[in-house]
Ligand binder design. Structure first.
Ligand code: XMP
Length: 323
C-alpha cells in the first residue's frame, strides 16, 4: 500500500543500507525537493549528513533565514551556510545579458559548492562518498533512466582537489511525484512554508532584474516581491496560482507624481501564472482589488518604484520568467 509512512520507512532503510557508516553531503536550494530529500536522509543517517546552503544573495526576503532557522529546527540537520553574496555580485557586475547572467550564476554556484565540499571533506575525513539529490520521478523519466554516479569536476581555483571526485548519488525521491514529495515532507514535520513553496528559479532574483544586477536593485526587488507575496497569501490565492514572478525593469524609467512632486522611477512587473507543469502557462486572472492593493503598497513602500504593471501574456509566446 502506498502511504507516506511506508515510503519513509522504505527509504530510510534503503539509505542506511546504501550509505553504511560513510558520510553524505546535500546541497539545499531552499526548494521543496532538496529539503525533503535532506530531511529523509537526515532521518536515516543523522549526523553522518552535512547540508550545504550557498547564499548567493539572490534569494527573496526571508528565504535564507527559513533554511537556516526553520529547516534546521524541524530536522536537526548539520548545516554549513556559505555567504557568497559579495562574490556573486562581483561576478555579475556590468552584466545585463540574461544568458550570460545565468552562466555566471551557475558557474559561481558550482565553484562555491565544490569549495564547501572540499572543506567538509577536510574536516570530516575522506569517507564522504555520497551526494544527496532531490531527483523526482519525472526527472528520471525525462533523462532516460539516469545514472548512479556524479562526476564533480574540479576547477583550477579549487586547490587540492583530485581531477574529479566520484560521489555515489543518494536519490530518495526517485519514485515520487511532486505532490507525493510534499506529503512526505509534511509527514517528516517540515514547515508548510517550505513544503508548499511555489517554484523559484535557481538563479533567483538575478534573472528578475532586467538590466545589471546590483545590491541596491536586489534590495528594492526583494521589498516589492515580499509585498506581492504577502498580499497573495492574505487573499488566499497561493494554491490558485502556479507562481508569480515579480520583475524589476531596472533599465526603464517613467515619469510619475508622488508626494510633492515629479518622480522618474522604475516599473515593477507582476507575472502571476497558472500552470500544470510550467511547460505551458496562462496568466492568472487575479481579482482587481488584490492587484490594486499590491500596486498601492509597492508604489508607497518601495523607493524608486512609481509604476506597477501586469503581464497578460500566456506561455507560449512568453516564458514565465522574463530572462
Ligand atoms: P520559463 O521562464 O522557462 O520557466 O517559462 C519555467 C519554469 O522554470 C523555472 N525556471 C528555473 N528553475 N533554474 C530553475 O531551477 C532555472 O534556471 C530556471 N529558469 C526558469 C521558472 O521559475 C518556471 O517555474
Amino acid at each position: 500500500d502506498w502511504t507516506t509512512g511506508n515510503v519513509i520507512e522504505e527509504q530510510v532503510a534503503a539509505i542506511r543500507e546504501q550509505v553504511g557508516d560513510k558520510r553524505a553531503i546535500c546541497g539545499l536550494s531552499g526548494g521543496v525537493d532538496s529539503a525533503v530529500a535532506a530531511a529523509l536522509v537526515q532521518k536515516a543517517i543523522g549526523s553522518q549528513l552535512t547540508c550545504v546552503y550557498v547564499d548567493h544573495g539572490l534569494m527573496r526576503k526571508g528565504e535564507t533565514e527559513q533554511v537556516e532557522k526553520d529547516f534546521v529546527a524541524a530536522t536537526g540537520v548539520q548545516l554549513k551556510v556559505v555567504d557568497a553574496e559579495e562574490r556573486f555580485l562581483k561576478a555579475l557586475a556590468g552584466v545585463s545579458d540574461p544568458e550570460e547572467k545565468r552562466k555566471i550564476i551557475g558557474r559561481e554556484f558550482i565553484r562555491v559548492f565544490e569549495q564547501a565540499q572540499l572543506e567538509i571533506m577536510q574536516e570530516e575525513g575522506p569517507e564522504v562518498a555520497f551526494l544527496v539529490q532531490g531527483t523526482l520521478y519525472p526527472d528520471v523519466v525525462e533523462s532516460g533512466g539516469g545514472t548512479g554516479t556524479a562526476n564533480i569536476k574540479s576547477h583550477h581555483n579549487v586547490g587540492g582537489l583530485p581531477d574529479d571526485i566520484e560521489f555515489e548519488l543518494v536519490e530518495p525521491l526517485r519514485q515520487l511525484f511532486k505532490d507525493e514529495v510534499r506529503m512526505v515532507g509534511q509527514e517528516l514535520g517540515l514547515p508548510d512554508e517550505i513544503v508548499q513553496r511555489q517554484p523559484f528559479p535557481g538563479p533567483g532574483l538575478g534573472i528578475r532584474i532586467v538590466g545589471e544586477v546590483t545590491k541596491e536593485r536586489l534590495d528594492l526587488l526583494r521589498e516589492a516581491d515580499a509585498i506581492a507575496r504577502e498580499e497573495l497569501t492574505a487573499a488566499g490565492l497561493d494554491r490558485d496560482i502556479w507562481q508569480c514572478p515579480v520583475v524589476l525593469l531596472a533599465d526603464v524609467r517613467s515619469v510619475g507624481v508622488q508626494g510633492d512632486g515629479r518622480t522618474y522611477g522604475h516599473p515593477i512587473v507582476l507575472r502571476p501564472v497558472s500552470s500544470e507543469d510550467a511547460m505551458t502557462a496562462d496568466w492568472s486572472r487575479l481579482p482587481y482589488d488584490v492587484l490594486a492593493k499590491i500596486s498601492t503598497r509597492i508604489t508607497n513602500e518601495v523607493k524608486d518604484v512609481n509604476r506597477v504593471v501586469l503581464d497578460v501574456t500566456s506561455k507560449p509566446p512568453g516564458t514565465i520568467e522574463w530572462e
